[in-house]
Design a protein around this ligand. Structure first.
Ligand SMILES: NC(=O)C1=CN([C@@H]2O[C@H](COP(=O)(O)OP(=O)(O)OC[C@H]3O[C@@H](n4cnc5c(N)ncnc54)[C@H](OP(=O)(O)O)[C@@H]3O)[C@@H](O)[C@H]2O)[C@@H](O)CC1
Ligand SMILES: [K+]
Length: 496
């Protein structure tokens, strides 16, 4: 597989354009279908050597066409095959009709399929072309297969998953594995689609990379390949100020832990210096727990203004445990007005729930200087219309939010999306489930702050922070705490 295609994500709509461009360039559509179906059959034989029978369920479009090719290949390999069609296969068109005619065996109606122990289901009902909720007939079969606990191998996508959004349309197969072609689609990566796909195999059916690249957007899986070029340069003569000075605002005396977690993550993630800016009454609580991280009292906007006279202090994290919304807004105005860079998290985000546009105006224009790190609830406070629009995928929501706020947006979750104001978007895929633990978000904000402080552009700083956070979660292992997560942060691998 071409290295670039490995991380590219393509929407079903873009895939349609790619198909047409491939055909226009002289590539045989049926040739593509033949390779797709053969790949499915090969995966079925490899993954399920003990199958007593392959039940191939074929739909009314080209996904069904792939199914007929796979059925023929399985039969030629000597496997027992039962083919069931949704609708009249005689009314198939184009390549799917060709594939159906080339299959030499009986085709029974879908409703006649009765799951048997030892069956492996090959789901070729609907793929990229699913355009509405599944028909009742398909839902009944999905229920029957689920009840019989049979393994499912999905062609392109488990039927019922919307390839653009990852949403379930009516119902969907839960596949043990999914074989898709050329590139992953959003539905393979966004929840709940990601879970229902099982293990995803991406098979190269021979569409030239130049055609794919020519019609693809700017969506990728979040991997170091995407942002390695933006990593801070290691000069050898690295001075602590060259590696940046990060300042993290602490909450009141009763809520200082979150800021300290951010700060220690920032230090560990490579910021040269990290200072916790503490309300005077919380100094004692902070001082009792900080060693390598420095501590400065900031009681109000006047103190902050004095601090900002130090030009070396360019980057801030505000939000973890912060508490005071009014003060948060005042500080953010000061930071933005003095041209500094900011990771706005948690309470810092909620502080602008009544006036999100005021926040966006503060950071409008120029090189993006703001990283927003909302989970779904916080996202809805800043972008209520986008949160409510059920037609948008999580990727599209993050893209629109980033464009509106002129910020790098980290829309958190098990399928975190990172988006830039210019339309680039990444879906993160390396986070273990146990990363969702108390304090985990504070750690992420600190890493992002450290990357910003070292001079990385906001989008790359955000994306690499999410990735390192996921890697640290894996290294720390199940049962980890947020402190373990900080301890498990590793340096960047600059090779590859
Ligand atoms: N990309 C590539 O290069 C290659 C792609 N290939 C394969 O092609 C697949 C995409 O094929 P596709 O476009 O024909 O779509 P597919 O998923 O078969 O469904 C469309 C049909 O279903 C119908 N329909 C839709 N929703 C429905 C519903 N809820 N309930 C009922 N009907 C519904 C829809 O009808 P309509 O909406 O027009 O009424 C239409 O008839 C792709 O997933 C991959 O497997 C390979 O062959 C190799 C090359
Ligand atoms: K399918």
């Amino acid at each position: 597989m071409h290295k670039d295609l490995d991380t590219l994500i393509i929407t079903p709509e873009e895939m349609g354009r790619i198909d047409r461009a491939a055909a226009a360039s002289g590539l045989s559509g049926y040739g593509l279908m033949e390779r797709a179906g053969q790949a499915v059959a090969a995966a079925a034989l490899r993954r399920f050597p003990g199958a007593l029978r392959f039940a191939v369920l074929c739909g009314p479009g080209n996904n069904g066409g792939d199914g007929y090719v796979a059925a023929r290949a399985l039969q030629e390999a000597g496997a027992a095959v039962a083919v069931h069609a949704l609708g009249d296969p005689g009314s198939l068109k184009g390549d799917a009709a060709t594939a159906f005619k080339a299959f030499d065996g009986t085709v029974a109606p879908l409703a006649a399929y009765g799951p048997r122990p030892g069956d492996v289901v090959i789901d070729a009902l609907f793929g990229a072309g699913l355009s509405r909720d599944l028909p009742e007939e398909a839902v009944r079969i999905i229920e029957a297969v689920r009840d019989s606990v049979l393994p499912v191998l999905a062609v392109d996508l488990p039927s019922g998953i919307d390839g653009r959004t990852g949403a379930v349309r009516g119902d969907a197969f839960a596949a043990a594995a999914t074989v898709t072609f050329m590139c992953r689609k959003p539905g393979h990566l966004l929840l709940p689609g990601r879970t229902l796909c099982g293990e995803v195999e991406v098979f190269d059916i021979g569409i030239p990379a130049r055609i794919l690249a020519g019609h693809a957007g700017h969506m990728r899986v979040n991997t170091p390949a995407v942002w390695r070029i933006a990593l801070p340069v290691e000069t050898g003569a690295t001075h602590k100020y060259v590696r940046g000075h990060l300042a993290v605002f602490s909450g009141p005396a009763t809520a200082t832990g979150a800021a300290r977690l951010s700060a220690s993550a920032g230090l560990r993630a490579g910021a040269g210096l990290v200072t916790v800016l503490s309300p005077p009454e919380a100094l004692a609580a902070n001082a009792a727990h900080l060693t390598a991280v420095m501590l400065k009292p900031v009681g109000g906007p006047d103190d902050l203004a004095v601090l900002l006279d130090d030009e070396r202090l360019k980057t801030f994290v505000l939000g973890p445990g912060f508490g005071d919304f009014g003060k948060a807004r005042t500080y953010v105005r000061e930071i933005a007005g003095r041209g500094r860079r900011l990771v706005l998290d948690a309470d810092g985000i909620s502080a602008f729930r009544d006036e999100p546009d005021a926040l966006f105006r503060l950071f409008a224009g120029g090189e993006p200087r703001l990283v927003l790190t909302p989970h779904d609830g916080e996202f809805a406070r800043l972008f209520p219309d986008l949160a409510e629009d059920a037609g948008l995928s999580k990727i599209e929501r993050a893209q629109k939010a980033a464009a509106r706020s002129h910020a790098a947006v980290i829309l958190k979750g098990a399928d975190t999306v990172i988006a830039a104001p210019d339309g680039r978007a990444l879906v993160n895929a390396n986070a273990p489930p146990w990363l969702a633990t108390a304090g985990s978000g504070d750690v992420l904000a600190g890493i992002a702050g450290a990357h910003l402080a070292q001079g990385m552009p906001a989008f790359e700083a955000a994306a690499s922070a999410v990735w390192r956070h996921g890697e640290a979660g894996r290294a720390a292992g199940e049962g980890m705490t947020a402190e373990d997560l900080v301890g498990a942060l590793r340096g960047f691998d600059r090779t590859g």
